[in-house]
Write a protein that binds this ligand. Structure first.
Ligand SMILES: Cc1cc2nc3c(=O)[nH]c(=O)nc-3n(C[C@H](O)[C@H](O)[C@H](O)COP(=O)(O)O)c2cc1C
Length: 324
């Protein structure tokens, strides 16, 4: 199809896409548009070689961006067809190809979730003690299934085991200057267009190991106010059956579908992903789910006030020079 999408529509689609979560808010995606086809590529200048050497976190972020784009397309009266990581060997950086078409039937669920995109933020604040309601738990599991992933809620014993794995991770990271330098590069301070600003770090957990990841690296961030966090956090693991690039992109789509469904239900989310950065600990996390597969995210759900947002680069930054 050679007819171009209207610029105003492209702006809406891409603004929704780039609102997706990404590790350290690196926004590691770029887009190429040809007629009604939008390709989502990895931006190789935004890698995290110490903490994400295989690029899995980047592929998850690209999947989340793809899901947002599909939701936004529904609000504009389009439907979408898409393929995830369609040519993993020939074009490993091409993570999704999305065809935007006039739609016969609007997907009400995706259009509804699009409304939640501006309200989703990673919320690193303490949650109150109210457990996540059973119907919400089921809705979040269904959201993961709908995108080809699985969300497993952890019981108390497994939550304790995750905390132990967090401790193991911290011990391994002691003296790992490559990781701390990478974090310091992306986290702390004002961060007007990318990275995580100090304002989004939330309070420091008063007990150790905390139920949120303390991302603060800079001296001022390490001295920020402390708070008590919930003693029994509601944790769930998002996994996929396989670990190919397309599976990791699908995990990202599932992540975003789960997070937007959570926002609609008044439920906040943050992540405790540090054990997943080591292959052996990642396998242990998956074992806790008692299912085969590969763990992609450890999500802490709760009820707190919406977190402070993080900024995004201007849309033009994500397009080739001749489209800016
Ligand atoms: C693959 C992936 C891994 C992440 N890991 C963590 C983590 O371990 N701890 C954390 O606090 N946030 C984590 N995040 C959340 C990002 O820091 C967050 O999405 C980013 O800063 C943008 O902020 P926002 O989600 O509020 O839009 C992760 C996000 C993604 C997509």
């Amino acid at each position: 199809m050679s007819e171009q999408l209207p610029t105003a529509h492209v702006d809406i689609l891409l603004a929704a896409a780039v609102a997706a979560p990404s590790m350290h808010n690196t926004q590691p995606w770029r887009f190429e548009i040809d007629g009604h086809v939008i390709d989502v590529y990895l931006d190789g200048s935004r890698t995290l070689p110490a903490e994400d050497p295989t690029g899995r976190a980047m592929r998850i972020a690209a999947g989340a961006a793809t899901f947002n784009l599909r939701c936004a397309a529904e609000t504009l009266g389009y439907g979408t067809w898409f393929g995830l990581a369609p040519y993993p060997r020939e074009e490993p950086d091409l993570l999704a190809r999305i065809v935007i078409e006039p739609s016969g039937t609007r997907n009400e669920e995706l259009a509804d979730l699009a409304e939640q995109i501006p309200h989703r933020h990673t919320d690193r604040n303490p949650s109150d003690a109210t457990p996540i309601a059973e119907d919400v738990r089921v809705a979040l599991m269904q959201a993961a299934y709908a995108e080809g992933a699985e969300l497993t809620w952890l019981g108390e014993t497994e939550v304790r085991a995750v905390r132990d794995l967090v401790l193991d991770t911290d011990l391994r990271e002691i003296g790992d200057w490559h990781r701390s330098a990478e974090r310091a590069h992306w986290i702390g301070g004002a961060r007007p267009v990318e990275g995580i600003p100090s304002s989004a770090l939330g309070p420091r957990p008063a007990s150790y190991p905390g139920t949120v990841r303390d991302m603060g690296t800079k001296p001022l961030d390490r001295m920020r106010k402390e708070s008590a966090f919930e003693a029994h956090p509601d944790l769930a693991v998002l996994s996929t059956g396989y670990d190919e690039p397309a599976d990791q992109v699908a995990a990202g789509a599932a992540l975003e579908r789960v997070l937007l469904t959570a926002v609609r239900a008044g439920v906040s989310a943050s992540f405790l992903n540090q054990p997943l950065e080591f292959d052996d600990l990642r396998a242990k996390v998956q074992q806790l789910t008692q299912r085969p597969g590969y763990a992609d995210m450890i999500i802490r759900f709760g009820h707190s006030h919406p977190g402070t947002g993080t900024a995004r680069r201007p849309i033009a930054d994500f397009l080739p020079k001749d489209r800016q």
